[in-house]
Design a protein around this ligand. Sequence first.
Ligand SMILES: Cc1ncc(COP(=O)(O)O)c(C=O)c1O
Length: 385
Amino acid sequence: MKLKIREDYLPFSRPSIGEAEISRVVNCLKSGWITTGALAKEFEDKLCALTSAKHAIALNSATAGMHVTLEALNIREGDEILTPSLTFASTVNMIALRGATPVFVDVDYGTLNINPKLIEEKITSRTKAIIPVHFAGAPADMDKILELAGKYNLTVIEDAAHAVGTYYKGISAGGFGNIAIFSFHPIKNITTGEGGMITLSDTLLENKMRLLRFHGIERDAWKRYGKGGNPAYDIAQPGYKYNLPDLLAALGLAQYERWPELNERRCRLAKLYNEGLQGLTGIDLPQSPDYDHIHAWHLYIIKVLSLNRNEFMNKLGEYNIGYGLHFPPAHCLAYVREKYPTQSGALGETERAADKIISLPLFPDMQDDDVQYVCEAIKEIVKYA
Ligand SMILES: Cc1ncc(COP(=O)(O)O)c(C=O)c1O
């Protein structure tokens, strides 16, 4: 090893929290109202402005958003939902918990986004929805997906967990008139600690989702306990407890103000990785889609070819570098394999990528020379493999 090992650990991700975030959260704490109220509403309005969607519903996770969405759409046993297997398990969990069947569509090896050419052959009379993921912050090919959805009368649910600041042909993720679900988990482009947001334009569906979000009660707590509110309630159907508290929305609002700056930084770091790793044999760099888009660079994922990925991870650890894995394919998870067996080789490109992918450190407060250090470490690891 020639590179001097850094003394401090470079994590895979770390939220960028500054004075603005701290002061908004402190103000909320001092305000006397910390659960869902005016700040959650303000945060919802921001997401409407970002996406041009008519409605936004703040929740305590994107997973909760998926649960509420599938239930509001009345997805149930016998229904089939198309999704890439290369996604977070939460999507498949929610499909399974509704009693429906996930049907996996292969991805493009370069971008890791769903391959739209392979969607149509998976559509049957039982198919109800498609859930494309804007993978790593690069948009899925929405024109093709929306065309198929129109042809077969399917609902499109964009998994926009990675996609605050993702644009497809000038349109923001969540801006296509269908349902989209964003995540504000701590590693995401903007965070609320934990949190999520559904955006959509269908008002009937929005009403159902709001009821499901909060016990089935029509009026949120702040409408019942705020000045002039009436604490009485009735419940026409049962619901969950998935609301986003104002304490977290306060953090989200401060983060939202900064998303262009935070994404610009991510973009710069991704460019530095591209330059630093360019031409290196033994790894494949992430490919960007060939259509017009803006990449939010949520993740920078390389594929390791010249040595075993676990060995590569261990080596990165020796250099004091963190890493992530996005994702172990869902069709390979124990219960999924058992409940929804997939023919071996049917998801060829997903499987080709699966044991090679690794997410390198990428977060806005990371310094340019951190990227340089990671690139030098990777060069040494690959050279001595
Ligand atoms: C692609 C994808 N979908 C959904 C989720 C779920 O988000 P949350 O943790 O907010 O429930 C994640 C989170 O990692 C994700 O990466």
